[in-house]
Design a protein around this ligand. Structure first.
Ligand SMILES: Cc1cc2nc3c(=O)[nH]c(=O)nc-3n(C[C@H](O)[C@H](O)[C@H](O)COP(=O)(O)O)c2cc1C
Length: 275
């Protein structure tokens, strides 16, 4: 049940909830928005109706609109957003300390609000919230790489993990960049957009982390080591069986500071002239 309710005194009958519902399940009945019982199952639970109501008169899924963050006057400016987006860097030097639990919760809350195809909201967030746990994973991974090299050998295209193993012998962590935390986001293979969804959630996570003064680095090496070199790690760490490989991100408190943005060259861009 979607628990769609309208406070008739507060409702100004503007019809915005009807206009914005992407599934067209809301209709005006006696001048008040309502959802017919046979349409409830079509609702994708996006909560646009709750967000678009100018007088906070509408509740759905048991949510009180007063518990939402108000938007008016609270948005970052375009200049602030641009500085955040262009000033975020891949961080490869971390303090060996845990990020506060409350901060981790806040980051995950934001990452979970990222859009998902058809609002499926069924991602799996696999979090390493403790540096000692990360250290145990790290040690297991490098031991595993060495064992695989000594046994059946590294998979084709993954030979560079031999260099990573050598560097680890010298105390350099090329795979995980010495980060104290890791987030691995995956999606069910049969969800509407299993490839895009984890990446979008991690982008949200990364930008919120940057806003909080934390550092992140997308970890292709981590993804490959967990899925191609040591594929048993996917289940061992707790990724659900029917999930995609998703993507891995390392993060923590940076042990480095950047003072300015980089200056990227243009990338191929074309303007469509059609027909
Ligand atoms: C999908 C993806 C995978 C990446 N994998 C790694 C990685 O395994 N190790 C690493 O140090 N950096 C990794 N990076 C970081 C890129 O090298 C980095 O984004 C790029 O050099 C630009 O630097 P910037 O992020 O500071 O702008 C990855 C980035 C992306 C987008």
């Amino acid at each position: 049940m979607i628990q769609f309710t309208v406070n008739e005194e507060a409702c100004v009958r503007c019809g915005e909830c009807v206009r914005d519902c992407p599934m067209g399940v809301i209709a005006m009945r006696d001048e008040i928005p309502s959802v017919a019982p046979d349409k409830e199952s079509m609702c994708i639970r996006c909560q646009h109706c709750l967000a678009v109501c100018p007088t906070a008169a509408l509740s759905i899924l048991g949510k009180n609109p007063e518990d939402s963050l108000p938007l008016k006057g609270n948005m970052p400016t375009a200049d602030q957003m641009e500085t955040l987006l262009r000033g975020r860097r891949s961080v490869r030097h971390y303090k060996q300390e845990n990020v506060d639990k409350a901060v981790l919760d806040r980051l995950l809350t934001v990452a979970r609000t990222a859009p998902t195809g058809k609002n499926s909201l069924n991602l799996h967030f696999l979090l390493v919230d403790d540096k000692d746990v990360m250290q145990a994973i790290r040690t297991d991974v490098y031991d595993g790489i060495r064992e695989r090299m000594a046994g059946e050998g590294l998979p084709e295209g993954m030979e560079f993990f031999g260099t990573a193993a050598k560097l680890w012998g010298r105390g350099v962590d090329l795979v995980f960049r010495g980060a104290p935390h890791m987030l691995w986001v995956t999606a069910p293979k049969n969800s509407p957009s299993p490839e895009a969804d984890p990446h979008i959630a991690l982008s949200y996570f990364e930008l919120m982390a940057a806003a909080l003064g934390l550092g992140t680095v997308w970890c292709g090496f981590g993804k490959w080591v967990f899925t191609k070199v040591l594929p048993h790690m996917k289940a061992k760490l707790g990724v659900p069986e029917n999930h995609t490989d998703g993507y891995v991100m390392m993060f923590g408190t940076p042990d480095i500071r950047y003072y300015r943005t980089v200056q990227r060259d243009e990338q191929a861009t074309s303007i469509v002239s059609y027909p």
